[in-house]
Design a protein around this ligand. Structure first.
Ligand code: PLP
Length: 351
């Protein structure tokens, strides 16, 4: 028996594999600090849970529209208007099974075989694999550690070819921990603007985890909303509301894209779990959730600062102060480099 060739091109999800391994070790009673999946250790705020429980008990257990209930899509539009200064209508929104699914379905809707997708590095490990699954070719552009790992307009310009179909922007970034300033995003946008066939997929899932005075900026809002027609805005409730296990993501984009995603998703998963729809409304409309978000953000900032200080106190290691998300990448690590060299030597000795 044989499996599909498409599996040969992709790697398994490293973060999920590391997390599974760490959990298995913990079950054996071993004290493990897992650097696998980025997951808030807070529980989902109670009102969100209650909204889902209430819906479940009220019998919200049947199929719903693939794109999401009208109430959930409206709550997302209202949030995009309020927080991101974006003007979307409910028919320009689709709810999917987590941010990962939102990204994957949008790649499937846009990419043809051989289309190139520019991914700034360091990147979230699933981007290249999802691009490949959708038939695309990942083109990695390395951010300079001395510039907080952010790519420059010159680097972006040099990476664009006639085959470029999409650029992925993830700010605040996993795993870079950096955030592009609105002016930096605008400079990148100026490079892409003349290439009318290039989409920008803006992964904004860490938009509420900002530190050191950073401000949030949605790509679609650049140039007074002129980018809206070419932007795929992906987001989810996973990180902001400590809802990683709920699997709720959403995409905002031009209606033709959302219709295409609806067509694809209708043959894949249909709607997300029906009784989770009211939880979306609760999370995005209950003003009390702002306090919950703030509490979690403050805790992440405090821990991030501590981690940053501790990493920098290791001889040979340097790490920039994180400005977003809850991840750190050392810019310079003499210790890791020495260990890698030693490992390589040992391996060479073995062979
Ligand atoms: N995008 C980035 C940058 C991420 O770090 C993650 C998860 O860690 C996702 C998307 C996927 O989010 P979700 O858990 O909602 O699928």
């Amino acid at each position: 028996m044989q499996l599909a060739h498409r599996l040969d091109a992709i790697a398994e999800s490293i973060t999920l594999a590391v997390t599974a391994r760490a959990n298995a070790l913990k079950k054996q009673g071993i004290d493990v600090v897992s650097f696998g999946a980025g997951e808030p250790d807070f529980d989902t705020p109670l009102p969100i849970k209650e909204a889902a429980i209430k819906a479940l008990l009220a019998g919200k257990t049947k199929y719903e529209p693939t794109t999401g209930t009208p109430e959930a899509r409206k709550a997302i539009c209202d949030k995009l208007a309020r927080f991101n200064k974006l003007d979307y209508k409910p028919e320009e929104i689709i709810v999917s099974v987590g941010g990962k699914h939102s990204l994957y379905v949008s790649f499937m809707a846009v990419l043809n075989p051989g289309d190139e997708v520019i991914i700034p590095a360091p990147y979230w490990v699933s981007y290249p694999e999802m691009v490949k699954l959708a038939g695309g070719v990942p083109v990695i552009v390395r951010g300079d550690p001395a510039k907080d790992f952010k790519i420059t307009p010159q680097q972006l310009s040099a990476a664009i070819t006639a085959k470029t179909k999409m650029v992925i922007i993830n700010s605040p970034s996993n795993p870079g921990g950096h955030t592009y300033h609105p002016a930096e995003l605008a400079a990148l946008a100026d490079v892409i603007a003349p290439h009318a066939n290039i989409w920008v997929c803006s992964d904004e899932i860490y938009e509420r985890l900002l530190y050191a005075g950073q401000q949030s900026c949605s790509w679609a809002a650049l140039n007074f909303g002129l980018w809206k027609d070419r932007t795929i805005t992906c987001n989810c409730l996973s990180k902001t509301y400590a809802m990683t296990g709920w699997r709720i993501g959403y995409t905002a984009g031009p209606k033709m894209l959302i219709d295409a995603m609806n067509k694809l998703q209708g043959q894949m998963t249909s709607n997300i779990t029906s009784f989770c729809m009211p939880a979306i409304v609760e999370a995005l409309t209950n003003p009390a959730m702002e306090t919950e978000i703030q509490t979690m953000r403050d805790a992440f900032e405090k821990r991030g600062q501590r981690m940053w200080q501790l990493l920098n106190s290791i001889p040979g290691m340097s790490c920039a102060r994180p400005t977003g998300a809850f991840l750190h990448v050392p810019q310079h690590c003499q210790v890791a480099r020495q260990a890698a060299v030693k490992n390589r030597r040992n391996r060479q000795r073995c062979h």
